[in-house]
Design a protein around this ligand. Structure first.
Ligand SMILES: C[S@@+](CC[C@H](N)C(=O)[O-])C[C@H]1O[C@@H](n2cnc3c(N)ncnc32)[C@H](O)[C@@H]1O
Length: 291
């Protein structure tokens, strides 16, 4: 019974028929995570690298509506990794096998070269911009006021622009008079929602939301993204979850989410923010990785 339920929760992709059936330890871990998702909606995994989290997800046959990838930005805080591009292209490639939609965040100049190298079967759905005016940086020269986010999707992945309709459009839709569904980049009246304007969480701005994580995204920014790509019962994976913003938004909207970060400190931050403890799955993960 449990097996059927978890299969439905994380169905295999049609073109993934080459995947091996789950091992006993894979099945067991799958069951534990599925049960926790049913119970709590949002699940925190013990600290782990993004590669390991994606490896585990693959080994236990998960499939997600959305994977959020918000790494350190390869400039400034978090340092510079010389092989960043090759490394992160691999992370995106792996994510594209596990989710219909992948969001990849960074500064525009870091993200831009990826546009020409998006791993199949993902395609660029939209270049999104988060625009903020309140960066306190006092460096001489240009002051950063934007982050980029590549919205990548598998062929046929579902988008939910209907969630952004204004009242007039909704009324037309109900009367069957909405001639076309407004596209993802122009869904709200005269606003262009591929640019999301929200202040940075800094100083007194967003005080109540701030957790102390040095690079926390505002919930409102993630809210737009998740509404566009999550189905009602869908599951989100954020394997570099930091303070758990994606989990907070998922919970608010009634979506389910699995969060992980390699840092013990930030895992504790997430636990505090979301009021849930991490799953104890060390034994099951060890058994899985031994195979
Ligand atoms: C930009 S922050 C994410 C912030 C998050 N979106 C939020 O709103 O709080 C990047 C996070 O990635 C984590 N991270 C960096 N490299 C990682 C890796 N290789 N595996 C897993 N997590 C990693 C860091 O610990 C950090 O918390």
């Amino acid at each position: 019974m449990k097996n059927t339920a978890t299969r439905q929760l994380f169905p295999y992709e049609a073109d993934d028929s080459h995947r091996k059936p789950l091992s006993r330890s894979g099945n067991r871990l799958h069951g534990i995570i599925a049960e926790a998702l049913d119970r709590d909606g949002v699940v925190i995994l013990p600290p782990s690298s993004v590669e390991e989290t994606l490896g585990i997800a693959t080994a236990i046959g998960m499939f997600f509506d959305t994977i959020m990838l918000d790494p350190w930005y390869n400039k400034g805080f978090g340092g510079v990794q010389p092989d960043y591009m090759a490394y992160f292209l691999n992370v995106i490639r792996q994510s594209g096998k596990l989710a219909d939609h992948v969001y990849y965040w960074g500064f525009p100049e870091i993200v831009a070269p990826f546009v020409e190298r998006i791993p199949e079967p993902l395609k660029l759905t939209c270049w999104l911009t988060w625009y903020y005016k309140n960066n306190p940086s006092v460096i001489r020269g240009w002051r950063s006021s934007q982050n980029a986010c590549l919205h990548l999707s598998r062929p046929g992945a579902t988008l939910h622009p209907e969630r952004f309709l204004n009242e007039k459009q909704l009324a037309l839709k109900e009367q069957g008079k909405l001639r076309y569904m407004p596209g993802p980049t122009s869904v709200l009246e005269d606003k262009s929602w591929d640019v999301v304007e929200e202040p940075l969480l800094v100083g007194f701005v967003g005080r109540k939301e701030q957790t102390g994580h040095p690079s926390q995204k505002p919930q409102k920014v993630y809210d737009h993204l998740l509404q566009m790509t999550m189905s009602e019962k869908g599951v989100l994976l954020d394997p570099m979850a930091g303070s758990g913003t994606a989990g907070a938004v998922a919970r608010h909207r009634g979506f389910r989410a699995i969060l992980c970060d390699r840092s013990e400190e930030y895992t504790q931050l997430m636990e505090k923010r979301l009021g849930i403890g991490r799953l104890s799955i060390a034994r099951e993960v060890a058994a899985l990785l031994e195979l």
